[in-house]
Design a protein. Structure first.
Lengths: 139, 59
């Protein structure tokens, strides 16, 4: 990009381009939302990613949404579990909370969607970190 | 008792999603702000528009 010459495909510290390095970055960003960007000193991104994911996940638990387990009997439960798992460390925290899911009210349904949205947003951020680490995307 | 209105829920989701997408897809703060505001307005405005379009068949 002509207006942003200093941002053009600058590799991250580490063995940039390797699959293992990319996977390590992906795992760090997946387990703790925003961690990878924070380690690189990209604080604005780290704060925004972390706040967005944590706010959605906290709202999901507060509204008593369903946090799916791995024992899904249908596709809805399976995809819900995969989306929830995307929230990284927030998933076991939500599962261990004392708040019981209640989808008899609309708020409970919103909560279910919020937690799934937090998981998918976090996965998106982790894939973004992976693309930067492997050199597929400029910083 | 935890509760939230449909509009507040939609606004919370739109804010989180638009901020995240803006920081992922735009390099400068100014471009991010413009993109985030645009996406937020499209999320919320689109939902309101669809709501009004469905209003005649809701009763």
């Amino acid at each position: 990009m002509a207006s942003q010459p200093n941002r053009a495909a600058r590799p991250l510290p580490g063995p940039s381009g390797s699959l293992v390095w990319g996977m390590a970055v992906f795992l760090a960003g997946w387990i703790v939302p925003g961690l990878r960007h924070a380690l690189l000193g990209r604080w604005s991104r780290a704060v925004v990613f972390c706040l967005s994911v944590v706010a959605l996940a906290a709202a999901g638990v507060w509204l008593r949404g369903v946090v799916f387990t791995g024992q899904a009997t249908d596709l809805f439960g399976l995809f819900g579990f995969l989306a929830d798992l995307g929230a990284g460390v927030l998933y076991p925290l939500a599962r261990s909370s004392d708040i019981v899911a209640d989808v008899s009210r609309a708020a409970g349904d919103y909560g279910t969607r919020f937690f799934a949205a937090a998981g998918t947003l976090n996965l998106l951020c982790a894939f973004d970190a992976y693309a930067v680490a492997t050199g597929h995307k400029p910083r | 008792m935890s509760n939230i209105s449909h509009f507040a829920a939609m606004t919370l989701f739109a804010a989180a999603a638009s901020a995240t997408l803006a920081f992922q897809s735009r390099p400068t703060n100014r471009e991010r702000l413009v993109y985030a505001v645009k996406t937020f307005v499209l999320f919320v405005g689109g939902a309101i528009l669809i709501g009004w379009l469905l209003y005649p068949i809701s009763r």
